[in-house]
Design a protein around this ligand. Structure first.
Ligand SMILES: CC(=O)N[C@H]1[C@@H](OP(=O)(O)OP(=O)(O)OC[C@H]2O[C@@H](n3ccc(=O)[nH]c3=O)[C@H](O)[C@@H]2O)O[C@H](CO)[C@@H](O)[C@@H]1O
Ligand SMILES: C=C(OP(=O)(O)O)C(=O)O
Length: 482
């Protein structure tokens, strides 16, 4: 089992560069499917497992992609399938974000139901409600969701019952090529929504109001691939801010955007951390004992749920009692049990965790239960007495580029130990990615070939029937395929 080993007690000092945002790049790569013309060149694409998976999904749909020096080039002029493979969707929920672009572009999409996960059930009813309002017919069965539009999608007024990030993004993408205007009310306001809107607008879409609760999208007929740079990852930035503070360090978090991190900065300042904005990021210093605060997670601009566990790590070593309330996901306290193995003193009551701070942490063997829980355990380990072993680090690889290298460059004593069975170097990962894309493309081609061969083998099969058979495997567009 691969693990991260940390020997606590080092004060972190220096500069750490934030990578492009995972939660911005995933919808942006899905949106690249909307371009009937040209190539998209996306800069600051982080080298993450989730990015690897979405690339494979796009390749399986017929897009051609290449990735070098944090830049992804995508051409989606010719799509060859409307089905996102089950094996990829089950590995990453965000694969569901291709449904909006596929529906808009091809008039149909078939995607396996993304299941729940450790942090909650995570339904997709608001995505589907939006597509239905735009005229799509949704059918569910055998673990798949199929959506079909009779002609072009139609603009509609959609009120989201919850300000879902994914639903807002999926509907925005579907609406970009729809006929008429779509209004999303109670839309999510996250910076990643604004980044997606900027990319869509550069491609020729007309999206207004992103970043507010009401987004209006005027549908256009064609979109073109363009250049775009992804925003810095505010959650990665926040994680290094916590790492700096928990060790009483002095760290410059390069690329961090203060505005995107306003609630995190406010809470950390309330605790006694000094945070100053620089020309290129944020300087974070903790030079005195910190005091506990109460934190409640909320949709943006509230305190992000993706920073809750890291914040809890900091609260464990701060003076006094703190109360953390999780309102976004119903099961996002799985890290508490692991913190307790490190001597954290925490009591959970429903969606509230009460932290009795100031108790010295000790190193232990712990397991990352989800992505941010893994990062939070690493933060806690930085200040724990002795050695901590964090397993389950495949979760961490979904969202952090080289977390061990970045922390080590700040002075942490940290190393990653690969289990013999899953030694995967960066270049091997790239190779896997390349062959994954190749395999996905050949799977689609092979499927088509098999039917073609069967059809050709039969004398009675007319040319017309052969075409029909092949078209079963390919998208059956009802509108504007180019
Ligand atoms: C890839 C990505 O960007 N992931 C982020 C995105 O996830 P994601 O887009 O999945 O999160 P949502 O904003 O959709 O979920 C927020 C809440 O709405 C509920 N809900 C959502 C959709 C729906 O159709 N019905 C419904 O009830 C969810 O169960 C959850 O309780 O936003 C979350 C909330 O900030 C972050 O934690 C994730 O890191
Ligand atoms: C929950 C997260 O991501 P996802 O929605 O991709 O699971 C996260 O980034 O913390």
């Amino acid at each position: 089992m691969s693990k991260i080993i940390v020997r606590g007690g080092q004060r972190l000092v220096g500069n750490v560069r934030v990578s492009g945002a995972k939660n911005a790049v995933l919808p942006i790569l899905a949106a690249a499917l909307l371009a009937q013309d040209g190539e998209s060149v996306i800069a600051d694409v982080p080298f993450l497992d989730d990015v690897n998976i979405i690339q494979q999904v796009l390749a399986a749909l017929g897009a051609s992609l290449s990735y070098e020096n944090e830049t992804m080039r995508i051409s989606a002029q010719q799509l060859s399938s409307y089905e996102a493979p089950y094996d990829l969707v089950r590995k990453m929920r965000a694969s569901f974000l291709v449904m909006g672009p596929l529906l808009a572009r091809l008039g149909c999409a078939r995607i396996s139901l993304p299941g729940g996960c450790a942090i909650g059930t995570r339904p997709i009813d608001q995505h589907l409600k939006g597509f239905e309002a735009m005229g799509a017919e949704i059918t569910l069965g055998h673990g798949f969701i199929e959506a079909r539009a009779n002609g072009r999608l139609k603009g509609a007024k959609i009120y989201l019952d919850v300000a879902s990030v994914g639903a807002t993004e999926n509907i925005m993408m579907a609406a970009a090529l729809a006929q008429g205007t779509t209004t999303i009310e109670n839309a999510a306001k996250e910076p990643e929504i604004v980044d997606l809107a900027n990319y869509l607008n550069a491609m020729g879409a007309i999206v207004r109001g992103a970043g507010t609760g009401v987004i209006r999208i005027e549908g256009v007929e064609r979109m073109t691939g363009v250049r775009h740079a992804v925003i810095p990852d505010r959650v990665e930035a926040g994680t290094y801010m916590i790492a700096a503070a928990i060790t009483g360090g002095d760290v410059h978090v390069e690329g961090a955007i203060a505005d995107h991190l306003a609630p995190v900065i406010s809470k950390m300042e309330e605790m006694g951390v000094e945070i100053t904005e620089t020309d290129t990021g944020l300087r974070v210093r903790a030079s005195k004992p910190l005091k506990g605060v109460d934190v409640k997670t909320l949709p943006y601009p509230g305190f992000p749920t993706d920073m809750q566990s890291q914040m809890m790590a900091l609260l464990m070593v701060s003076e006094g009692t703190s109360v953390v309330t999780e309102t976004v996901f119903e099961n996002r306290f799985m890290h508490v049990e692991e913190f307790m193995k490190m001597s954290g003193s925490i009591k959970v009551e429903g969606r509230t965790a009460i932290i009795n701070g100031g108790v010295p942490l000790v190193g232990a063997k712990v397991c990352a239960t989800d992505l941010r829980a893994g990062a939070a355990l690493v933060c806690a380990a930085l200040v724990a007495d002795g050695e901590t072993e964090v397993t389950g680090i495949h979760h961490v690889d979904r969202g952090y580029v080289d977390i061990t290298g970045k922390l080590a460059s700040l002075g942490a004593i940290i190393e990653r130990v690969e289990a013999a069975a899953d030694v995967v170097t960066a270049s091997e990962k790239l190779q896997t990615l390349a062959s994954g894309i190749e395999a996905a493309v050949s799977a689609v081609a092979a499927q088509a070939d098999t039917v073609l061969a069967a059809a050709l083998a039969s004398d009675s099969v007319s040319e017309k029937k052969r075409d029909k058979d092949v078209s079963r495997l390919k998208p059956q567009p009802t509108w504007a395929v180019t």
